[in-house]
Design a protein around this ligand. Structure first.
Ligand code: NAP
Length: 279
């Protein structure tokens, strides 16, 4: 085995639009390491087979994306405490003895997107209740948040999401209908964790309207997890109304940087990683 060559990759489906390969190759270059990063677009029933393939072929580690973040957990030797708590793994490290450990770096990525832009977070509103919203909720807890409004189109899904969180966090939750939502004055941060606004079919959509924001305080941070386009219609509106805002690029790049550090022991140059994606 060549210990100076890092064999890396990603499993998920679909992966055609994944920017992880260019981002992680840039990360390798940024700290003068050599290696590869390959895409493996696989079905859920192939996870174990590919995990064995990675072990046998001396991979250092790999990323896991939708829809495999939960299923992968049952095949790993060990799971780090944060990933266990959230119930999803996005990064796997393969040790020299062939044992494997799962981590979740999405929470770290989300937090880095907030850092420095807002001092105190007590109240938050999260739009959507899918996988990204789950990482957001645990990130909010780490940021000191106490109250979370989860705004959804399907109330029973929202209630299930919140009830699954009851024993995992001390935060208090309220579920609301996204179509009749008003962002109230004590909300410190509003996060879009829906695909509305994303390039493609949803690009001309906005998860909430202008009226929903009319009662919000002007110091509220609007955080859209979408990074393509870099300014969604929600963020255009945020800018026009004078709110501070952030897109999902930091979350994407920092989750990748943390994964890279887990695999190699080196923290890469995040600015170079961002730049290669923007280019
Ligand atoms: P997901 O698991 O499919 O969840 C999507 C959520 O959005 C669900 O709650 C879904 O509701 C809701 N939703 C979908 N269409 C909607 C609509 N028309 N009106 C209202 N709600 C709607 O997806 P995900 O993985 O959480 O990803 C969500 C977004 O975050 C995507 O835009 C993704 O690109 C972004 N993301 C960014 C990063 C990053 O690093 N920046 C990381 C992960 C995800 P139903 O359950 O009712 O369908």
């Amino acid at each position: 085995m060549n210990k100076d060559f890092f064999k890396l990759g990603i499993i998920g489906n679909p992966l055609s639009h994944s920017v992880s390969p260019i981002m992680q190759i840039e990360a390798l270059k940024s700290v003068n390491l050599t290696g590869s990063y390959e895409k493996f677009e696989i079905q859920t029933n192939e996870i174990e087979k590919y995990l064995n393939f990675f072990i046998e072929n001396n991979f250092t580690g790999f990323n896991v994306t939708i829809p495999h973040k939960i299923e992968i957990m049952k095949y790993l030797t060990e799971i780090d405490a944060t990933a266990l708590k959230i119930g999803a793994v996005n990064t796997v490290k393969i040790n020299f003895d062939g044992s494997t450990k799962g981590y979740n770096t999405d929470i770290y990525g989300f937090i880095q997107g907030v850092n420095g832009k807002i001092q105190t977070i007590k109240n938050a509103t999260v739009l959507g209740c899918g996988g990204a919203a789950l990482a957001v909720v645990f990130g909010l807890e780490k940021l000191g948040c106490k109250y979370v409004t989860v705004a959804v189109r399907n109330i029973s899904k929202g209630e299930k999401f919140v009830s699954d969180l009851k024993n995992k966090t001390d935060m208090e939750f309220i579920v609301k209908d996204i179509s009749s939502l008003n962002i109230v004055e004590d909300t410190d941060i509003l996060i879009n964790a829906t695909p509305l606004g994303m390039s493609g079919n949803n690009e001309n959509e906005i998860p909430i309207g202008l009226n929903a924001l009319k009662m919000a305080k002007k110091t509220m941070l609007i955080y859209d997890l979408i990074y393509n386009p870099s300014k969604t219609l929600l963020l255009e509106m945020a800018a026009d109304m004078g709110f501070q805002f952030v897109n999902g690029l930091d979350m994407l790049v920092y989750q990748g940087a943390k994964a890279f550090e887990i695999w190699t022991g080196f923290y890469p140059d995040v600015e170079k990683m961002k730049q290669v994606i923007l280019n």
